[in-house]
Design a binder for this molecule. Structure first.
Ligand code: DON
Length: 566
């Protein structure tokens, strides 16, 4: 199908779906007066907007968007994964909800090692054993019950409709399905979902997911019990038994998301609210901001060698702390107060030399997967209420295993544990005792849904996918706006760079560092450089900014999706 024809089809579909015309859509920043959703899927953004227009608040809109993403963006939108949400209520209170997966009760520290202590290839990423007990459904329902204003039946309705009636596959999705299909041939449920009886889908085909629609209907009818008990739970356990997986009915029945105290920092007078462990995101964003705050980043200029050097040196130190100190706080004493303290940052950064790179330990901890990995972040705003929600199956399409007859994919989040001390995971980050596996424990994350307030008022909602690069993506969106005074459009769109201590190298998006800037950085002693070759650059920061009562938002132009407003 021709691209124009396809776009017309999707537009017509969107118009039918949201019943009133769209006022605006990405890729440019769009503006709104009342509410906005920006996500990786136009159909999911439309679902969130539909619910807010029907009287729902931003939490209702976010829950509707998340359930719709599980239908329209299966790579990362999910029922079988987990995530983190941060919400600012209209009364100013900020809360965070951890709905990260947990290690099943039978999990053990060395479960991915052979008898000689070596990592068994692919076991923590591409097997039934790689799955942590899913947290998304409990998380979304917990959010809705606490702060939403509509029923689960109402907010899940657009997702059910999308699964039942189907929708035309975009070029992007059809391409993804065909790429991932060859990794699914061991899993009949997956082949059934992502092909037409083994024949690849094409752009423009209507993709229907009747089994997923039934699972969603069970959730609509029975809430969390529609997933964690009864038929859906039985189907998950049956899938586990097909592939020697660990999750039992008890693991499912015992899953609970947890309200955590937000991590709070202050940067140049702005309040930064981030996600607490088991995400490392909030702590690291704030630690890096604390380290760079004494320097005049604005005067250094966007993209200058000086600014890149400063931020890379701060990142190097913060990621080294991540490996040592961060893990599930219910199992390990994470020194959060220290990590987010301005004095600690000053002391940690005291050896910073503005003209010379320091060296990470002299080991290259591994290689970035060229295979794309996936998570997804969306932002929602309405009438003073802000929601940032990042959710994932870990790798793109998780472990590629669809639960037979239930129609949804399972995560491979167990790989986010430190499966062996100092061994890199798929994002090349290493971990230690703090992030070792234990029954019921939550694996460390980099997901960083973030809110920024100015004088106590909503200012910025941001977050991103990208494994370990999530943290530095969020950091750059904040610095671009606060230090460089950029619009949301520029702050999100411009190329990014990333350093994570080990491996000792700067990764940067295409056109992100000019050749002469690279030369300056090399002269300073930076030893490794890599142009990001995956996807369309680093991160996918669907973000919203609120300034002078104007809501401006953008879907990250690196990928499909839409910001929609009214
Ligand atoms: O929680 C984490 O940090 C990872 N599981 C996130 C994975 C991810 O962002 C992959 N996306 N691009």
């Amino acid at each position: 199908m021709k691209r124009v024809e396809f776009q017309m089809k999707v537009l017509l579909y969107l118009l039918v779906l949201i019943s009133t015309p769209l006022l605006a859509a990405s890729p440019e920043a769009i503006y709104g007066k009342t509410g906005m959703v920006t996500s990786r899927s136009a159909l999911a953004s439309a679902a969130g907007l539909e619910i807010m227009k029907a009287g729902g608040n931003a939490v209702d809109g976010a829950v509707a968007t998340a359930f719709a993403l599980a239908v329209t963006y299966p790579s990362a939108g999910n029922l079988g994964g987990g995530g983190f949400a941060i919400v600012r209520l209209a009364n100013g209170k900020v809360v965070t909800l951890d709905h990260r997966e947990t290690a099943p009760a039978s999990a053990s520290r060395d479960m991915y090692l052979d008898s000689e202590g070596n990592i068994i290839k692919n076991l923590s990423t591409a097997s039934h054993k790689s799955t942590g007990t899913p947290g998304s459904v409990d998380g979304l329902i917990t959010l809705l019950e606490a702060y939403g204003s509509l029923s689960i039946k109402k907010v899940i309705a657009p997702a059910i409709r999308l699964a039942e009636k189907g929708f035309p596959l975009s070029h992007d999705l059809a391409r993804q399905f065909n790429k991932v299909l060859n990794k699914m041939d061991q899993h009949p449920g997956s082949v059934k979902t992502f092909s037409k009886n083994g024949v690849p889908y094409e752009e423009g085909d209507i993709w229907r997911q009747p089994e997923l629609a039934k699972t969603l209907e069970r959730i609509a009818l029975s809430g969390r019990d529609g997933f964690y008990k009864g038929k859906t739970a039985d189907l998950i356990v049956a899938e586990m038994q097909r592939g020697d997986g660990e999750i039992t009915l008890n693991d499912l029945a015992n899953y609970k998301s947890i309200w955590r105290k937000p991590i709070r920092g202050m940067y140049r007078g702005y309040d930064i609210y981030g996600m607490a462990p088991p995400s490392s995101g909030g702590a690291l964003v704030i630690q890096i901001l604390n380290m760079i705050e004494p320097y005049d980043v604005s005067a250094m200029g966007f993209g200058s060698a000086k600014a890149i050097h400063l931020m890379v040196e701060a990142e190097r130190r913060a990621y080294a702390d991540r490996a040592e100190h961060l893990g599930d706080p219910d199992y390990y004493d994470v020194p959060i107060a220290m990590l987010t303290d301005k004095q600690y940052a000053a002391q940690r950064f005291a050896d910073f030399d503005s003209g010379k790179a320091s060296k990470s330990e002299d080991i290259d901890a591994g290689h970035w997967l060229e295979e794309s990995s996936e998570t997804t972040h969306f932002s929602v705003y309405k009438e003073g209420m802000m929601v940032a929600l990042t959710t994932t199956l870990n790798s793109a399409y998780g472990n590629k295993i669809v639960v037979q007859d239930a129609g949804f994919l399972l995560n491979n989040e167990m790989d986010d544990f430190s499966i062996k001390e100092n061994s890199p995971n798929q994002y090349s980050v290493i971990g230690r005792e703090a992030n070792s596996i234990a029954p019921g424990k939550r694996m460390l994350s980099s997901m960083s849904p973030t809110l920024v307030l100015k004088d106590g008022q909503p200012f910025l909602i941001t977050g991103s996918p990208g494994g370990s690069t999530i943290i530095t993506t969020v950091l750059q969106v904040i610095v671009n706006i606060i230090d460089h005074g950029m619009s949301i459009e520029d702050a999100v769109s411009l190329p990014r760079f990333h350093h994570q201590w080990l491996p000792d190298r700067i990764i940067y998006g295409k056109y992100g560092i000019s050749p002469d800037t690279l030369e300056v950085l090399k002269k300073m002693g930076h030893i490794g450089f890599k142009e990001a070759s995956w996807g369309r650059g680093i991160g996918d920061a669907n973000s919203i900014m609120i300034s002078d009562s104007v809501i401006s938002g953008i879907k990250d132009p690196r990928n499909d999706g839409a910001a929609l407003a009214y």
